[in-house]
Design a protein around this ligand. Structure first.
Ligand code: F6R
Length: 611
């Protein structure tokens, strides 16, 4: 979704803004713009361009063509008004004084627009954001902060705003409600951004804005206010992510880099959480008494994080015998969920900013549930609003299609399942020990899967021109199929569906004909025979079967399937963690062969901050 960058300091602002926007490109966008104030000429210049950021950057000679040391920049993901130069941000007020960048949606913009039009204000764009710029100018009588405060009382919806006023060009104003915005504290300069990766080159000291807060950024520092305009002190966090981690480092795509980083991410996520043969969560607030009192677990998430929840349900229920329900966050609010004080609500989110997931969290809390979140981005909104947080420590994930965040989320759910089962006495000692032993071997086993990537590239070359692909499997293999199918469709644009194998004959098998590609997932040993019979079933209708199974079942599978990908044998709990890697690679290579924009697939955004 939209990306915001702001800078006030002593260096030229435009190159800093363009560089910051480039680091936010992964969020998804369709146009970009900057507004910079020049102290020398006393003018606010605004430059915008539809399309790739490169178009804007070329126009501004990488920023060299724009003079001034204070400015705001934006990458826009269109909601109100088609992608165009005029609808791009910054949006500027009629008098040319106020420039605004915005992430989110102003729900009552139509009503405010007609109010302003009645007062004689002329609008040039179709955006909801222009209303904010015009309304600030309307209320502005020499006190910018007060004018912003009055606007905030009138606008409804979700917003992160960056505001620059030509009358007070030594400051920026930032506002946040339900849309992420962070503050960066530099030496003689201050920053504003949607995400730390945009400003990591300049500062590692950041503050996370809370809903309703307003910040005034100057060269001397940042002053924050609460919604009552009372000054507040913000906690400053030190970000220790390496800059390299947010750069491609020689890889052609972030997605491939992040796939390859998974073993290391798992080491960071898992190893510190196994101590002396036991699962150990430092500073964990869920007591043994609380765990014994849990009547039900809800897992709430979107997209791939939801797929982690699907696998998590199988693993948690098998080990703990606690009933687990998995809900799509976008549905949760509207399904009248049954949550009480004995319900543990596990919220899974890489970004920690997904609006639907955030809304579900708030609904679960309102109903009395206890919130445990699994999050990658430290200090993100979901992390801050949860009772307990377990961080995945996967490092920054830039590619839109998630990979290493999925794997680490999965590992954390498995560790939680083992931890809860140990407390509840529902896991046998031997099973517990062997699962933990295998967890420690998981990164090395994943490395061996990655080493076999040439085979997967070969299979991708055989199948990349199919128009439709089915993923089938049972139990955790079904949940794994959902993720494999999503990976393929989102980056290669091939239509694909995942089915629980047993469901095929209830309708879908009618779509299987000569040459249909079926990816048959058969990693789960106890269900292997059942998986085989589904392979036979689709083969006999002419399907091409690409199977995924463990080394010990390879031979048997190879007798029937057209091609077989194998993963090492491991504890049953961990099969999806290994199984997902070839599926990620398959999707990646297929998309590569089809010439797709892998890191920034069409219509998609990394962090989905609108409903
Ligand atoms: C798919 C993908 C998305 C996200 C979903 C939730 O590859 O990345 O489906 O999983 O948008 O995002 P988070 O986990 O940030 O809440």
């Amino acid at each position: 979704m939209c990306g915001i960058v702001g800078y006030v300091g002593s260096e030229q602002a435009a190159p800093i803004l363009l560089d910051g926007l480039a680091r936010l490109e992964y969020r998804g966008y369709d146009s970009a713009g900057v507004a910079v104030y020049s102290q020398r000429t006393g003018t606010l210049s605004v430059h915008k361009a539809k399309g790739r950021l490169q178009v804007l950057s070329d126009l501004l000679q990488g920023g060299a063509a724009v003079e001034g040391t204070v400015g705001i920049g934006h990458t826009r993901w269109a909601t109100h008004g088609a992608p165009s130069d005029v609808n791009s941000h910054p949006q500027v007020s009629q008098g040319g004084k106020i420039a605004v960048v915005h992430n989110g949606i102003i729900e009552n913009y139509a009503e405010l627009k007609s109010f302003l039009m009645d007062k004689g204000v002329t609008f040039v764009s179709e955006t909801d954001t222009e209303v904010v710029a015009q309304l600030i100018e309307y209320f502005y009588d020499g006190d910018l902060l007060q004018a912003v405060g009055r606007v905030l009382h009138r606008i409804q919806g979700a917003y992160a705003l960056g505001i620059l006023c030509a009358d007070v060009p030594d400051q920026l104003i930032a506002v946040r409600k339900d849309s992420p915005l962070i503050l960066g504290y530099g030496e003689g300069c201050s920053f504003l951004a949607s995400d730390v990766t945009a400003i990591l080159r300049h500062t590692r000291e950041v503050g996370y804005m809370e809903d309703g807060e307003i910040a005034v950024l100057t060269r001397e520092g940042i002053q924050c206010y609460n919604h009552l305009m009372q000054p507040i002190q913000k906690e400053i966090f030190h970000v220790d992510w390496e800059i390299d981690a947010a750069e491609k480092g020689g890889y052609e795509h972030f997605m491939f880099k992040e796939i390859m980083e998974q073993p290391e991410a798992l080491r960071r996520c898992v190893f510190p959480r196994i101590r002396e043969g036991e699962v150990y969560f430092e500073g964990f607030g869920l007591t043994e008494d609380y765990i014994r009192s849990i009547g039900k677990i809800y897992i709430v998430a979107c997209g791939s994080s939801y797929h982690v929840g699907m696998v998590g349900k199988y693993n948690l229920e098998r080990l703990t015998r606690i009933p687990v329900e998995v809900a799509l966050a976008s549905e949760f609010r509207y399904m009248d969920p049954i949550v009480d004080e004995h319900t543990l609500v596990m919220v899974i989110s890489q970004s920690g900013e997904t609006l639907d997931t955030m809304a579900a969290l708030r609904e679960a809390r309102r109903l009395g549930g206890r919130i445990l979140s699994i999050v990658n981005v430290v200090g993100s909104s979901i992390a801050r609003e949860s009772d307990e947080v377990l961080y995945t420590w996967a490092g920054p994930e830039i590619a839109v299609a998630t990979t290493k965040a999925y794997s680490t989320q999965m590992a954390l759910i498995d560790l939680l399942a083992l931890y809860f089962a140990r407390v509840l006495g529902t896991v046998e000692e031997e099973n517990y020990r062997s699962a933990l032993k295998e967890m420690l071997l998981l990164p090395a086993k994943m490395e061996s899967v990655l080493e076999d990537r040439d085979d997967i590239q070969y299979f991708a070359s055989q199948y990349f021109n199919h128009n439709s692909v089915f993923y089938i499997g049972r139990n955790v293999d079904y949940a794994l199929g959902l993720e494999g199918s999503l990976k393929l469709k989102e980056i290669s644009y091939i239509h694909s569906e995942a089915y629980a194998s047993g469901e095929l004959k209830h309708g879908t098998i009618s779509l299987v004909e000569d040459g249909t590609l079926v990816v048959a997932l058969a990693t789960c040993g106890r269900l292997f025979e059942k998986a085989m019979s589904n392979v036979v079933e689709v083969k006999s209708r002419g399907a091409d079967v690409l199977a995924l199974t463990t080394k010990s079942h390879r031979e048997e599978m190879a007798r029937t399937a057209n091609a077989v990908i194998t993963i090492p044998d491991t504890h049953e709990l961990l099969l999806p963690s290994l199984g997902v890697v070839p599926l990620q690679l398959f999707a990646y290579y297929v998309a590569l062969m089809r010439g797709c924009d892998i890191d920034k697939p069409r219509n998609l955004a990394k962090s989905v901050t609108v409903e």
